[in-house]
Each structure stands twice: as C-alpha cells, then as structure tokens.
Design a protein around this ligand. Structure first.
Ligand code: URP
Ligand code: ZN
Length: 467
C-alpha cells in the first residue's frame, strides 16, 4: 500500500476519533488500527495532529479576464496556493459567451485548467446567454457531463435580468442542477456610482457606499423570491450582509432549499478597511460590510444557516489596484477603475480552523463548512469532502499548536500582496495530500503542475434546506 497515516486524530463533519488511515492508489483504503508499517511505502506520523479532509473551495476566479486585466493567479498558481492552505479541490467559474453551448464553455476553460492545475478542480458555469431555447436547453448537456451548477450575476454589464434568472432557476430544477447568484442591485449600484463620481467622491470608501448593505440585501431578497416562485434551489454566493442573512434564515425556516456561502474576508474585516491608506487593495464585490453584518454572518455560521465557506479568490497585483489612483493610461483613477477581487484561496482553511482552535466553532463545524457541505451541495460527496474508505485521499495534517502569521512572502500564489498581511493564526496545516500524493509540507509546495483532474459531479436534488 502507498501510505499510512498513523497516530492522528481524525476529524470529519460528524466525528472526532483516534485512528490510522491506509491509502492506496489515491484512495482511502481503510481506517482502523493495527496496520503493519512494513506494508506501506510511506508512513506519516500524525501524533498530536488532526487529520482532516482537504477543503473544497467552491468559489475561485483563476486567470479571470476582469477589470481591464487578468486575475494574477492562473490555474497553476491558484491551485499551488490552494494546496499550501489545505484546499484540495477548487471550483472555478467559466463564463458562457454569446451563442456558446454551456458544455463548450467548460471545454474551453478546461483546456487551460487541465494542463496547469496542481489539485483537482471543477467548474460552475456563469450564464451569459439564455436568449434562445437552444442556449437554455444546453444547460442539460452540461449537467449530464458532470457540471450541475450554474451562476447568474445580478450586477455587471454581463449580468442577467430577472426574467432570464427566473428561466435559469426553472430549468435548473427540471434538470437536477443548482443556481448560484451574485446578488447586488445593478441599477442602484450604477446610479450611486454616477452620483458619487459627479460629487468627486473617488476613494475606495465609495466602492463600499455604492454597494452598501441595502444594495446587496435587496438583491438577496429578490433572488430568494425568484427561487421561491420557480420552486428551485438557490445558492447565494459570498453573502456579506445582515439583510441577506435574515432573508436566507427566514426562507430556510419556511423549508425552502436556499443555501448561503460566505467568505473569510466578510467574517474577519469590516467596511473600515476602505478607510486605510491602501483601502483599494480590499476592493472586491460585494465589499466588506459593517460590524452588524459581520456579526450576523457569524450567527449564521453558528445556527447552521450559512452552508459553506469559500474564498472568491480573485487576486490582482498592487500596480493594478493602483489604477484607482492613476489609470493605466495615466489619467486620474477612482474606485470604479480598481479591479475587483482579492487573494484568499490559501487562507480559507487555516483561517476557519484557527477559529476552531480559538473555540469560536468546533473543528467538526470547520470541516462541515469547508469540505463536507460543498461536497454535498455540488454533488461530489461520493468522491471527496470526508474521510472514509473509498473516497479520494485528500487529507490535511493539521498542527493545532503552530503559530503562523500570514505574510505575502509565505504565500504560494503569484500575487504581490495579501489583505491578510500580519493576521496571526494559532494552528496551521503541516501537510496536504491530494489523492494520496504529498503536495505540501512545512511551508513548501511539493505538487506538480497538471496533476489535478476535472471532477465530474452528480445531478442534484434538494427537498428542503437540509443537505
Ligand atoms: O470582487 C470580485 N468578487 N471579483 C470577481 C468577480 C465577481 O464579482 O465575482
Ligand atoms: Zn466571485
């Protein structure tokens, strides 16, 4: 057999227990005790360590053309960074072009990912064109080929109107898919942008103000209402506001299959970051909100109404963030000329697990939010998201005693700064295995470009808010 992980404490979403794990041909072969070491090619001693399933980041934007540039982590850099933070699967987004069949969009993007990814990956399809029956119907072909999740944007010029959103929701229910939504009120956002710019209000703070609590909250409520009308499941991505959290909670209490993702940046930072000298580095959509929203999200985590944590990893270089001061063409910039997005794929699992070390949540909850629930929600729990025989050996050895201060120098992506600079964590991943291959140990990436493979997910069916 390939690998024995011995003496550790196994933590899944539902259990914590002492046992050893035998790994063979990339899978968990057995969990138990009394394995003979001489039967294994490698032995990992996990004494005083936790043994966890690798995290599944349900929301990344690798090599995304956006904001006049391309996000600075490609599929290699992004997945390398993921591995070094204990994330063994990422879900990236493909944006369907006009007239492009959904599955063709996936193939176009997979041509890039398959040669570069160092850990496993899958896709959600960003809906760009459902103006014809043919385009709408092409959703089914994607589902049949293992991609059962779609995303609509209620903002941006490529976003969809409510009618198209509704059509996609209805279709998704019929074909066994789920729709994710980036919920912000586009019209109000555009109006506020114009107003602030006319008033000469150009700093990063006005990015937050033009996408404030109500701008997001209204869209969250509308998205939930559309899902109720269509009797379809809905996944609100990067939920960052209290109004949205309350709407999600109410809909779930009424029995609707409404799910919410939030991100570490919304749990840790508030809108105060936009007052910093380099507030522009924190510009992302949706922006960080007020303390009340931050607390509402933590409550949502504790009471089970936040289903997953993901990152919305979408890094840009500081020179690009500086376009908020001086644009590429040398003319004065403003908050609308800052590419939206921040790095985070390497910080998610360490941050959430450190909250468990600090006693804010349990380790089981951390694993549920970052691994087990994304696996169930996106239809890959027959392959990943837990530790049991037959599943992929995506395993993190976690040292709950290690003190770690986040610095960009210690990160493994391709960007040149991190919004997490200086944040101190108690507890950190010591090693990561991706399908049984060691891809990270003691601060070093040990994986290989191209070793990651495309994960095909099952069809989805939700009868209520439980997964
Ligand atoms: O700020 C973000 N999230 N950038 C990526 C594009 C998007 O809005 O999801
Ligand atoms: Zn995103």
């Amino acid at each position: 057999m390939d690998l024995l992980i011995k003496n550790g404490t196994i933590v899944t979403a539902s259990e914590t227990y002492r046992a050893d794990i035998a790994v063979d041909k990339g899978k968990i072969a057995a969990i138990g005790s009394c394995f003979e070491e001489e039967n294994f090619d490698a032995v990992e001693d996990a004494q005083n360590k936790l043994v966890l399933p690798g995290a599944i980041d349900g929301h990344t934007h690798l090599a995304l053309a956006f904001g006049g540039t391309v996000s600075s982590d490609d599929y290699y850099a992004g997945t390398r960074s993921a591995a070094c933070g204990g994330t063994t699967t990422v879900f990236d987004f493909v944006q369907q072009e006009q007239g492009e069949r959904m599955l063709d969009a996936v193939k176009r993007r997979d041509a890039m990912a398959s040669v570069d990814a160092a850990v496993d990956y899958s896709f959600h399809i960003g809906v760009g064109d459902v103006s014809s029956e043919e385009m709408l119907d092409s959703m089914e072909e994607a589902v049949e080929n293992g991609i059962p999740s779609f995303k609509v944007y209620m903002v941006y010029d490529f976003g969809v109107d409510d009618g198209s959103f509704y059509k996609v929701l209805e279709k998704s229910k019929e074909i066994g898919a789920i729709v994710g939504v980036h919920a912000e009120n586009r019209d109000v956002n555009e109006y506020l942008v114009k107003r602030y710019l006319n008033e000469g209000k150009v700093s990063a703070w006005w990015h937050y103000m033009s996408k404030n609590e109500m701008v997001e909250g209204e869209a969250d409520v509308r998205a939930i209402n559309l899902a109720k009308m269509a009797e379809a499941p809905l996944y609100i991505v990067h939920l960052a506001d209290k109004m949205g959290m309350e709407a999600v909670t109410a809909a779930r209490n009424e029995g609707y299959p409404i799910f919410a993702e939030t991100c570490p940046q919304y749990l840790h930072f508030t809108n105060e970051v936009y007052k910093r000298d380099r507030g522009r580095d924190f510009v992302c959509s949706p922006p960080m909100k007020n303390e009340e929203s931050r607390e509402a999200l933590w409550n949502g985590i504790r009471n089970g109404n936040i289903t997953t944590i993901a990152t919305d990893h979408c890094p840009f270089k500081q020179s690009e963030k500086d376009w908020g001061i001086v644009k590429k063409d040398g003319t004065p910039g403003d908050f609308t000329t800052i590419p939206n997005g921040c790095a985070g794929v390497e910080n998610m699992y360490p941050y959430v697990l450190a909250q468990a070390v600090a006693g804010r949540i349990s380790f089981n909850k951390a694993v549920e939010l970052c691994a087990a629930n994304p696996a169930k929600l996106f239809g890959l729990d027959h392959i990943k998201g837990s530790l049991r025989p037959g599943l992929d050996a995506d395993i993190v050895i976690y040292d709950p005693e290690k003190n770690f201060t986040i610095t960009n120098d210690a990160m493994h992506g391709d960007t040149d700064h991190t919004i997490w600079e200086g944040v101190r964590l108690k507890g950190y991943p010591q090693a990561t295995y991706s399908r049984g291959r060691l891809v990270f140990r003691d601060g070093k990436f040990l994986g290989k470009r191209g070793d990651g493979k495309l994960i095909r997910c099952k069809k989805l069916k939700f009868n209520g808010p439980e997964l």
